[in-house]
Design a binder for this molecule. Structure first.
Ligand code: LLP
Length: 427
């Protein structure tokens, strides 16, 4: 991991900030985000997609969003992909340039779409016919127009967990392509006064480690753009390949540079847009996990230890499925280290569990770690994406704070919730 080092006494440092210092200052559980890593990855995207190919990259904010993350994306000049009024409102709160916002979702409400039109977002990605109806009403009333992309379901099966697959035919997202739905939607958009059709969009899944399925995706989208041109005489100038670029969680995963994906995408665009006699489009990508996932470390303190002789040794930490639902939900596999015992080689196999009142509240099953004792600091790695953003108050547990570290400095960006926060909306 970039930016993870060991101090002389065996203590883990993240971007040169000691973990015992962070734990003392902010308590546990604690989300730590390494800003150096985030910026390095954004730089990789700029070099290998934006500058090299004139592409657009929108950060998929569902992976990790708060005001400071929004400011970072704004400062770095990336676009922002939002999927709800709440994410959109967060962007607005830091004056994110609305022309660089893409609004997604399979059931955007009238209120959310009105908000998007009022703010003047750059693109709305149309997912279904209901949205065309709602948007036409809103735009007629406001005498406005808006640029849209149309989301289709290309029928590609990304090899990833069932719950994060989105490209296959049987999906709640996008217009099906195996019948006339997608072309009929295009016809309706083209006939609409307020809707300005700019692009076609697909997203085939998440945490993907193959690049050939992006090639397949581009081929299908190019053919679709060609069909639209032939049928309606209208040439689309943007394709959006979505996100899904995989990261490293454990030895089963590779750590891949963004060029592994973007080179294949752009080669395929050249090949297939040429084949169908189309002009080269602007290519959008929407990475979420790839930008923030490996930048995150969650720190916990070890509490109760239960050794069930001959069966399993459970080591409990002071967080769990409330700050990281991914193991329970997707059987995700994480790696962890004992932050205060990096220099100890002697290891034993344990299971790390959380403090929630539920047997499924396991963070890591069977991991080999130095012998854990009460008070040790456990650092779970690659927790930057879909951990904080999917956190809950199950068991009325307050959500942990988020701290950013960068080159020896730390700054709090989200405060720890208090018991009063938990009661705030109760009547
Ligand atoms: N664009 C669209 C249209 C999406 O639906 C998604 C993710 C992304 C981009 C970003 O995907 P990424 O680059 O982060 O893989 N909660 C799940 C992941 C759900 C992803 C949903 N859509 C998890 O924790 O694995």
């Amino acid at each position: 991991y970039r930016g993870l080092t060991m101090a002389e006494d065996g203590m883990l440092k993240i971007s040169d900030v000691r973990c015992d210092y962070l734990v003392k200052k902010y308590g546990t559980p604690l989300y730590v985000m390494n800003e150096e890593e985030i910026l390095e990855r954004i730089r990789d995207i700029k070099q290998n997609h934006i500058l090299k190919y004139n592409g657009v990259a929108a950060y998929a904010s569902k992976a990790f969003l708060n005001k400071e993350m929004c400011r970072i994306i704004k400062r770095e000049g990336l676009w922002l992909d939002v999927v709800s009024g709440g994410e959109l409102y967060t962007a607005k709160s830091v004056d994110f340039p609305m022309e660089n916002v893409i609004f997604h979702g399979n059931n955007k409400t009238y209120e959310e779409l009105s908000m998007a039109v009022e703010y003047g977002v750059g693109r709305i990605v149309i997912d279904n016919f209901n949205e065309i109806d709602i948007l036409e009403d809103i735009l007629k009333e406001n005498k406005k127009t808006i640029d849209v992309q149309i989301r289709v379901t290309p029928g590609i099966d990304g090899h990833t967990h069932e719950f994060i697959r989105t490209g296959q035919v049987d999906s709640k997202f996008g217009f099906p392509m195996h019948d006339e739905s997608a072309l009929y939607a295009v016809k309706r958009i083209l006939n609409s006064e307020g809707l300005n059709l700019r692009g076609v969009h697909a997203h085939i899944g998440s945490q993907l480690h193959q690049n050939n399925i992006y090639r397949l995706e581009v081929e299908i989208l190019a053919k679709f753009v060609g069909d639209i041109k032939n049928l309606f005489g209208y040439e689309i100038d943007e394709i959006n390949c979505g996100g899904g670029f995989g990261i490293f969680y454990n030895e089963e995963d590779k750590r891949l540079p963004i060029s592994f994906f973007t080179d294949v995408i752009h080669e395929a665009v050249d090949e297939f847009f040429n084949k169908y006699n189309l002009k080269k489009p602007t290519v959008f990508i929407e990475p979420g996990r790839w930008i923030v996932g490996e930048a995150g470390v969650t720190l916990y303190k070890v509490g109760a230890i239960k050794d069930i002789k001959g069966v399993r040794k459970y080591v409990s930490v002071d967080g769990g499925m409330t700050d990281n639902i991914r193991t329970a939900l997707y059987s995700a596999k994480y790696t962890a280290v004992v932050a205060n015992k990096l220099n100890i080689d002697d290891k034993e196999v344990v299971t790390i569990c959380g403090k929630c009142c539920e047997s499924g509240d396991i963070l890591i099953r069977d991991i080999s770690l130095p012998k854990l004792e009460k008070g040790d600091i456990l650092a779970v790695l690659s927790t930057g994406a879909y951990n904080y953003s999917m956190a809950s108050n199950y068991n009325r547990i307050p959500r942990p704070p988020v701290v950013i570290v960068n080159n020896g400095k730390d700054r709090l960006i989200v405060k720890r919730e208090t018991y009063d926060d938990i009661l705030r909306n109760d009547i």
